[in-house]
Design a protein around this ligand. Structure first.
Ligand code: SF4
Ligand code: SF4
Length: 475
């Protein structure tokens, strides 16, 4: 065996042919359907409880409204996001940028330390596949052996009934998931309109629901583990993210090899692995974990449970397959907090602090002020000069703001064009306006005078914008 990361090889078996192709493809390149046996054990039970928590969260979050607006909304079509009730606009792109970098560093650190813990325990693809759709399949088609027989059986009425029922149920749940998914993007209220109002008014929305439903159905009914082994970029990055100290689901080859069939007679000539293949039979990606770390392993722990059950039966210590690092297995070392992990932790801490600061100091109002293009200045009688400006404002709060403008640190006045002496910016909306800045001619001593304009919500100054005022003085 050779470990699958960039680390030095640990040879315990020379046959490397399993690396020639992924486990779900045969010699001729055709898909090998995985009939994974249902795991049973403490890890599977723990994952089941976590999956319930996940499902409750996933299906309920879009329905949670605080002060009349969703707690979470990821409206990519309008570039409008609500996270924990806080509204984010495209103007907050630097927060998003930093959040993305923080997230990537977190992923790198997390993976370096805990391997594919995310894939096995939290990834929606694994959770929906293994804890939802696979369970429906067990319920309708029976266990792995029965599923295999059914697949080979001729098309009788019974087979047709089971297959049709399974696919109808899969599609129905895919439809529900697609609707929930869309609720995160457009909000439950908008989704409700698509569902209840006449079809011709929401052709685009209905089309999106059908597309999403089709994609989810195709993934869970047919594509399945290929999403993790062929498509997911995170899975393909494992080779560079993991090292010999990362925690992985690992087979203890030192203890298990040489493997040999179980006999009641105590023998010293083989290890604890009795080659029962239970770890392979439960694997949803069809691999043999005894071959070492492989890209296809999603860290689901099914093989740990399967092997522990066998170890219990043959009266051997549990944990022949367990969470461990490659070094841990080879040198009998405990999991380590390495220099690389420490470095990532420092980096991550800095990023989290920065992100926290940005979020904490984030303004409720974002404005840009620009002088009206193509205009220089206007003489106002003999003693004043004016410049015309355009203002665009994004209001990130849940209340409408009557925005007043005041000159800061300079005498003069601001004249807003329109009926009012303020610009109304609707809640979670954008506003725009045009205004003159009028300055006394005697204070203009340079062609480009830097000025500051304060934005006020009532008496509260919400922002100060710097701009330039063009005057008639030659440079
Ligand atoms: S389940 Fe355990 S004993 Fe059986 S083949 Fe796998 S590693 Fe060996
Ligand atoms: S090898 Fe084990 S942990 Fe990895 S995917 Fe297969 S069953 Fe899950």
């Amino acid at each position: 065996m050779e470990t699958g990361t960039n680390s030095a090889p640990v040879s315990i078996e020379k046959n490397e042919s399993f690396r020639d192709r992924i486990a779900t493809v045969d010699e001729s390149g055709k898909r090998k359907w995985i009939f994974a046996q249902k795991p049973k054990g403490k890890w599977y039970a723990a994952r089941t409880y976590i999956s319930w928590f996940f499902f409750i969260l996933f299906f309920s979050l879009p329905f949670i409204y605080v002060h009349g607006r969703p707690l979470f909304l990821f409206d990519v079509t309008e570039a409008h996001f609500i996270i924990f009730g806080k509204v984010f606009w495209p103007q907050d792109f630097f927060i998003f940028g930093l959040a993305m970098i923080t997230f990537i560093v977190f992923i790198v650190l997390f993976t370096a330390a805990f391997g594919r813990l995310f894939c096995g325990w939290v990834c929606p693809q694994t959770i929906f596949m293994e804890m939802f759709f696979r369970k429906i399949e067990y319920f309708i088609e029976g266990n792995a052996a029965e599923q295999r027989l059914l697949a080979k059986a001729p098309w009788t009425g019974k087979k047709l009934f089971k297959k049709t029922t399974k696919h109808v149920v899969f599609y129905l749940f895919s439809f529900i998931i697609a609707n929930t998914f869309l609720a995160y993007i457009i909000g439950v209220k908008a989704l409700g309109k698509i569902i209840t109002e006449p079809v011709h008014e929401h052709v685009g929305g209905l089309f999106s629901i059908l597309i999403f439903s089709g994609i989810f159905y195709a993934v869970y009914a047919f594509f399945r583990e290929q999403a993790c082994t062929v498509v997911c970029p995170y899975g393909r990055l494992q080779g560079v993210l993991l090292d010999r100290n990362s925690m992985i689901v690992a087979y203890d080859y030192k203890r298990g090899e040489p493997r040999g069939k179980y006999t009641k007679k105590v023998t010293e000539d083989h290890g604890d692995c009795i080659d029962c293949m239970q770890c392979v039979k439960v694997c949803p990606t069809g691999i043999d974990i005894r071959n070492g770390t492989q890209m296809e392993c999603v860290g689901c722990t099914a093989c740990i449970d399967a092997c522990d059950t066998i170890m219990e039966r043959i009266n051997k210590p549990l944990g022949l397959i367990r969470y461990a690092s490659e070094n841990g297995i080879e040198n009998r070392e405990p999991l380590k907090y390495t220099g690389r992990m420490k470095l990532y932790t420092v980096l991550l801490s800095i990023l989290v602090i920065l992100l926290g600061l940005l979020l904490f100091t984030r303004k409720d109002v974002d404005a840009t002020i620009m002088r009206t293009p193509g205009m220089l200045y206007q003489q106002r009688g003999t003693d004043s000069v004016s410049n015309l400006y355009n203002i665009k404002v994004a209001n990130k709060t849940i209340s409408s703001i009557p925005l007043k403008l005041k000159l800061e640190g300079v005498s003069g006045q601001i004249q807003i064009i329109g009926e009012h002496n303020y610009i109304t910016v609707k809640e979670e909306g954008q506003g725009a306006g045009t205004f003159f800045v009028v300055l006394p001619a005697n204070i203009i001593h340079e062609r480009k005078l830097p000025i500051k304009i304060g934005l006020y919500n009532g008496n509260e100054r919400v922002d100060v914008i710097s701009t330039n005022f063009l005057g008639p003085v030659a440079e």
